[in-house]
Design a protein around this ligand. Structure first.
Ligand code: GTP
Ligand code: MG
Length: 195
């Protein structure tokens, strides 16, 4: 696990509410229900640190977690969730865009993609947004326990093809299952190694 205690710091609803940019920060972006909150729980070994749920749109704020004293891990609201009032969706998208392109200390954005679905058009939109920002980003495939290895390979190839259009992306994908633990230690090591 990570060195030092893991604590929930705060939920942020506007750029003005961000904690001071004084440490390494990483975040998890991805479509609603892709498994962002579950992955945070698996990474920290804390079952209900981040609120996970089968109801899409569960995470509605930028939730900051402190990993020890020197880094933040951020759970983001999902994008592409259509079942919320338009005004709410627009407010989230605006905040998400400002955060993803304007946060100085953000070292890596992990873009989560469901192993069952591959990259969808909303994922492409986020990748395009990230192309224009200075931050490095890396794709994490989630829920590998839900697909056969053949289907996984097919969808990994589809995601890699999509990533070819985004040369700024970190080329290596991480395959994960929060349920079974696949890839969790690998991802933890990547996060711990960022400076
Ligand atoms: P929002 O906050 O709504 O954007 O969703 P999220 O991306 O945070 O997803 P969340 O972690 O809440 O997970 C959504 C659903 O997928 C929950 O029912 C989880 O139990 C399930 N889930 C997440 N990760 C995995 C996994 O690795 N394997 C399986 N089988 N289910 C998973
Ligand atoms: Mg969530």
């Amino acid at each position: 696990l990570f060195a030092g205690p893991v604590d929930f710091v705060k939920g942020v609803v506007a750029m003005s509410g961000l904690p001071p940019a004084d440490r390494v920060e990483i975040c998890f972006a991805g479509r609603s229900n892709v498994g962002k909150s579950s992955l945070i729980n698996a990474l920290t070994g804390r079952k209900s640190l981040a609120r996970a749920s089968n109801t899409p749109g569960r995470t509605q704020e930028l939730n900051f977690f402190a990993l020890g004293e020197d880094r933040y891990m951020v759970d983001l609201p999902g994008y592409g969730y259509a079942n919320a009032p338009v005004a709410v969706v627009e407010k989230w998208q605006k905040l998400l865009k400002s955060y993803l392109s304007g946060r100085q200390t953000l070292r890596r954005v992990f873009v989560l993609i469901d192993s069952r679905h591959g990259a969808k058009s909303v994922d492409e939109e986020i990748l395009t947004l990230l192309d224009k920002s200075a931050v490095t980003f890396q794709v994490v495939m989630t829920k590998t326990d839900k697909v056969s290895r053949a289907e996984l390979e097919k969808n990994v190839a589809q995601v890699k093809a999509a990533l070819a259009k985004h040369p700024a992306a970190y080329p290596e994908l991480v395959l994960t299952s929060s349920e079974k633990g696949e890839g969790v230690a690998t991802l933890r090591a990547i996060i711990a190694g960022l400076t």
